[in-house]
Design a protein around this ligand. Structure first.
Ligand code: PEP
Length: 265
């Protein structure tokens, strides 16, 4: 059965409890206990045309869960540790994410790869832990500007896929996000042709590794102005949205654009 498109928001290290409340209140038009149908008509309803996910900072997950629990909007982690528990000061386990009601966890975001030196092997171990906890891993890949201009984008991305997707991956427990590093937070968006080309390559690679039906997200300066075109690009099964997900109005409009698209894989 075809899966719904996935519209995921990544708040990174932004936001507060009050921001979560403002976001939820805007989306719910202030109606306590409003259903997902009211929230995003035709998006998160029983026709399941799109799945909506918010990944706030870990410290806000408990509050987010309370704010979103009756809505059909899901929440998830931005990262996790590969181990189930232990002496890992400051880290978060997948069991902790699960206890907070998360159903997804992002792993291998380029900001983790760059700022924390995470390798694809680390990412695969984290994804394996996500799977072991019964959550869905959103595994991020993407080339830098230099890698693209030197013609290495395809090799970099296929290498990351090969080494970041663990053998526990199935089309149900894994989503892949293609996020060209040069497009993240920069306002530069890959062209529809570039996205179609790279997503075609990713599709072939992921199908060989995992099988049919893995959803492929695009991420990198997605906004309401470019979301409809991106969401209609072949092999794009949703979007991972950073900056624009902080603004409820913008994120809601992106989610609504998804309902006009075809089903995902
Ligand atoms: C991201 O953080 O995954 C992202 C795509 O950020 P932005 O939308 O701000 O480029």
């Amino acid at each position: 059965m075809a899966k719904p498109k996935l519209i995921a928001g990544n708040w990174k290290m932004n936001g507060s409890k009050a921001d979560i409340d403002t976001w939820a209140a805007h989306i719910f038009a202030g109606e306590a206990g409003a259903t997902a149908k009211k929230l995003l008509p035709g998006v998160s309803d029983s026709e399941n045309k799109a799945e909506i996910l918010l990944c706030p900072p870990a410290i806000l997950l408990d509050h987010t869960g309370k704010a979103l629990k009756t809505t059909g909007v899901k929440w998830g982690g931005q990262d996790c540790h590969a181990e189930a528990s232990g002496a890992h000061t400051g880290d978060i386990s997948t069991g902790m994410l699960k206890e907070m009601g998360c159903t997804y966890a992002i792993v291998g975001h380029s900001e983790r790869r760059q700022n924390h030196g995470e390798t694809s092997e680390n990412v695969a171990n984290k994804a394996r832990a996500v799977h072991a906890a019964g959550l869905v891993a959103i595994i991020c890949v993407g080339e830098t500007d230099d890698e693209r201009t030197s013609g290495k984008a395809e090799d970099i991305v296929t290498g990351q896929l090969k080494n970041s997707i663990p053998d526990t991956a199935t089309p149900e427990n894994t989503v892949v996000a293609y996020e060209p590093v040069w497009a993240i937070g920069t306002g530069k968006v890959a062209s529809a042709e570039d996205i179609a080309q790279m997503h075609g390559i990713i599709r072939d690679s992921v199908t060989k590794q995992v099988g049919d039906g893995v959803r492929l997200l695009y991420g990198g300066s997605v906004k309401v102005a470019n979301a409809p075109e991106i969401l209609h690009t072949p092999n794009v099964d949703g979007v991972l949205v950073g900056g624009a997900s902080l603004k409820a109005e913008e994120f809601q409009a992106i989610a609504l654009a998804a309902q006009k698209g075809a089903k995902a894989v």
